[in-house]
Design a protein around this ligand. Structure first.
Ligand SMILES: [Zn+2]
Ligand SMILES: [Zn+2]
Length: 169
């Protein structure tokens, strides 16, 4: 279980599973009982940080604890799992905080390809005001934009969506 190809495969598998974990956490926790922290991310604000960043801190602390455990106990599989989670966190930051919300010191908005689809899908997530009725909870995988728009139309939230397009922070 501890040869390099196996450890790398474990890290990659964890990375992929993390998209499912993040999707479920976003849909059922952050838009559920965890809305208290996540709400800050759905409201316009001025400051550099928002309460919602605490979720990233929780994931980071969890990954750091796994790294510590893996090295203290000499469990390479645990270190591989921690690496997969960290890799996901890195991509999450690039896509969500970077490409979508532009929380970095330069401006780069993708205008084509899959990156554009990810950005548009997450903007549609922000198109619905409040905790309920949002679409597109994933971060590194998003359904086609037309599908999401149709979903919003069906739920009668298109007006809110157009509103948001003008005021997107
Ligand atoms: Zn959300
Ligand atoms: Zn967002």
């Amino acid at each position: 279980m501890t040869s390099w190809p196996v450890l790398i495969a474990i890290a990659v598998a964890v990375f992929l599973v993390m998209e499912g974990v993040a999707w479920a956490a976003h849909k059922y926790i952050m838009h559920g009982w965890g809305w208290g922290w996540h709400e800050s991310h759905h409201e316009p604000h001025e400051g550099l940080f928002e309460k919602n960043d605490l979720y990233a801190v929780v994931f980071a602390v969890f990954a750091i604890a796994l790294f510590a455990l893996g090295s203290l106990m000499d469990w390479p599989v645990v270190t591989a799992i921690a690496s997969g989670i960290t890799l996901y966190g890195f991509f999450y930051f690039i896509v969500h905080d970077g490409l979508v919300h532009q929380r970095w010191p330069f401006r780069h908005i993708p205008h084509k390809g899959y990156a554009k689809r990810l950005v548009q899908a997450h903007r549609l997530h922000h198109a619905v005001k409040g905790k309920d009725g949002a679409v597109s909870f994933g971060f590194l995988y998003a359904p086609p934009v037309e599908k999401l728009t149709a979903e919003l139309k069906r739920s009668g939230r298109v007006a809110a969506e157009q509103d948001e397009r003008r005021t997107l922070h």
